[in-house]
Design a protein around this ligand. Structure first.
Ligand code: ASN
Length: 314
């Protein structure tokens, strides 16, 4: 066993299963899922089932341990996000979403962040011809719906947790990444989050701070993308943006980020030979949003079987 890793005892697992905080949070999360799925279907989004194994997955912008699954000599990866499948799915439908389990084998220093699980779920959505503004507007309306909904259907649980989640009040403030750096310094996310009392969009993220697939803005230096930052230290809950969709631009962006085109062979072949449409989308962390609504100090309380970085759970 590597240094810093830990096998969780059976007693701790059972205590977690019986923890009334966990029970309340899991009920709230179940309602968040129901409300989000209904809302998106009413907006014309088609639900896809998740892809778990894939030849291409999100390279991410931070270090995680790589997972390859060897299947009789064929190599698969575990899904870190469905970004490329979302873009390809728009060859079939105009608007799609997935309640998507992601595996990201985070480094052990993330175990105490309160925000990381190495198996988590995001509601991942994408819309053909959409702009970043369309997606921000959709999410703001969705958040109002979710908060309204859980206040009605989870009264008992929210009372038990002693939280009255504050209603989101759109439109959310927009903060440019470089302005946040000026105000709070390079590692600004926690400080910015602590200063907020409503969610805020972090926009115009510099090219090297993000993956190659978010679209370059006409300024040539920042991207047409966004994160949603929750208030009071809860931090990032959404990332998304408009996407690169032209073969040459994608290759240029891969070169800037140092991604190897060989790792994305299938995706690149389809983009080159058939084309994919312009789109925008985002994904929101279901556990992170639930943690915020429930006022909990760690996302692990939002799952019965949480995969905390560095720990072996059932
Ligand atoms: N789901 C995100 C997006 O749509 C990507 C991610 O999870 N990193 O941009």
């Amino acid at each position: 066993m590597a240094e810093g890793s830990m096998v969780v005892s059976v007693e701790k697992v059972v205590n977690h299963l019986k923890d009334p905080r966990v029970k309340a949070a899991v009920k709230v999360k179940s309602e968040v899922l129901r409300i989000a799925e209904n809302f998106l279907k009413n907006e014309g989004y088609i639900e896809l089932l998740p892809t778990i194994l894939s030849t291409v997955t999100d390279p991410l912008n931070h270090d995680v341990y790589e997972v390859m699954v060897n299947y009789n000599g064929l190599s698969y990866r575990l899904t870190q996000s469905m970004i490329f499948h979302k873009q390809l799915a728009l060859l079939a439908f105009d608007k799609i979403f997935i309640t998507s389990p992601n595996i990201r084998l985070e480094t052990f220093d993330k175990s105490t962040s309160g925000r990381h699980l190495f198996e988590f779920v995001q509601i991942d959505l994408e819309a053909r011809e959409a702009t970043r503004e369309d997606i921000m507007d959709l999410i703001e309306r969705l958040f109002v719906e979710i908060f309204k909904g859980v206040r009605e259907t989870c009264k008992e649980e929210l009372e038990f947790l002693d939280v009255g989640p504050e209603m989101p009040q759109p439109p959310f403030k927009k903060v440019k990444y470089l302005d946040a750096v000026k105000e709070y310094g390079e590692k600004f996310e926690d400080k910015l989050s602590m200063d907020l009392d409503q969610p805020a969009w972090l926009i115009d993220i510099p090219i090297l701070e993000r993956e190659f697939y978010d679209k370059l803005s006409p300024d040539g230096e920042t991207l047409l993308d966004m994160d949603l930052i929750l208030p009071r230290g809860y931090g990032e809950v959404i990332s998304g943006g408009e996407r690169e969709y032209e073969y040459d631009s994608i290759l240029r962006r891969m070169a800037i980020k140092g991604n190897d085109p060989e790792d994305f062979e299938w995706y690149l072949k389809i983009v080159k030979e058939y084309g994919i449409p312009p789109s925008a989308g985002c994904g929101f962390g279901v556990e992170r949003l639930t943690r915020y609504i429930c006022g909990l100090d760690h996302v692990k309380y939002t799952r019965l079987f949480p995969k905390v970085p560095g720990e072996l759970w059932v």
